[in-house]
Design a protein around this ligand. Structure first.
Ligand code: SF4
Ligand code: SF4
Ligand code: SF4
Length: 247
């Protein structure tokens, strides 16, 4: 019996699910080892129980909590995938401001509609127990395939425990700090092959913090380039990384 897998989306752009839908022939390899029983973007149907539930998107309403808890009850393994689910993602930006002000700005005169609540955005693991995470905005398809295959075989998935800078150096990229940009590569978990710096765009931390981030190294890089922590704090808020990581 192949493990039954279900995909579920909450508040997000569904870009991570699209990455999976775009796997083309590689999805055949995945289908050889798992039975995809629920995936709204790709097929109709549902199941009462899942060996692996994959959750995309952040939790932004009370009703989301109820739905997520129900999925958790019906799943052996629950995985948060994509920065929205893993970190709260860009949806968490609203938590930085007064909820009523945000609602007025978004909905204008209709700001007080009964279904709108002041629930703060949460990552999936802030609501239910999570067994594994697949980071990124969007996820890396190969990493996704590897982690799902490992879970299907009963093995614990492993994420890189070193920063994006390591992958960036391997690609011989010019460091963005050397051309006057700020980059979160020194404290962000690798696994994306430093795709942003390789294309001259700063790492904004979409994969979350590397375990035990080297704060001193980050501070030294900032000091060397005449930058203040304030300039970095603004970048940390993009993907809801706690800026307290830097003293
Ligand atoms: S993590 Fe990024 S790509 Fe994935 S659903 Fe959220 S916003 Fe979209
Ligand atoms: S700081 Fe950014 S650009 Fe510089 S090496 Fe690290 S990841 Fe690459
Ligand atoms: S370089 Fe940074 S922002 Fe870009 S994909 Fe990798 S972790 Fe995300």
């Amino acid at each position: 019996m192949k493990p039954k897998v279900g995909f579920f989306d909450f508040t997000c752009c569904e870009g991570c699910q699209l990455q999976i839908a775009d796997l083309e022939e590689e999805i055949i390899g995945l289908a050889a080892i798992v039975d995809i029983v629920e995936f709204r973007e790709v097929l109709t149907g549902s199941a009462p129980f899942y060996d692996i539930a994959l959750i995309e998107g952040s939790i932004t309403r009370i009703a989301d909590e109820e739905r997520l808890r129900d999925i958790r009850r019906r799943s052996k393994i629950l995985v948060e995938f994509g920065a929205c689910a893993h970190l709260g993602g860009v949806n968490k930006l609203k938590n930085l401001r007064d909820a009523t002000t945000v609602r007025r700005e978004v909905y204008g005169d209709a700001w007080n509609m009964p279904h709108l609540d002041t629930y703060p955005t949460r990552a999936v693991h802030e609501v239910v127990k999570v067994d594994a995470a697949i980071p990124g905005c969007p996820i890396n398809r190969q990493e996704f395939l590897t982690i799902v295959k490992m879970l299907a075989m009963g093995l614990p998935p492993k994420l890189p425990d070193y920063p994006v800078c390591v992958e960036c150096k391997k690609r011989d990229n010019v460091c963005l700090f050397d051309i006057g940009q700020v980059c979160l590569g020194p404290v962000t978990r690798a696994g994306c092959d430093a795709i942003c710096p390789a294309n001259k765009a700063a790492c904004e931390g979409c994969r979350g913090l590397v375990p035990d981030p080297n704060k001193n190294s980050m501070k030294e890089v900032l000091a060397k380039n005449g930058l203040s922590l304030d300039e970095v704090f603004r970048m940390f808020t993009m993907y809801a990384i706690d800026p307290e990581v830097l003293p």
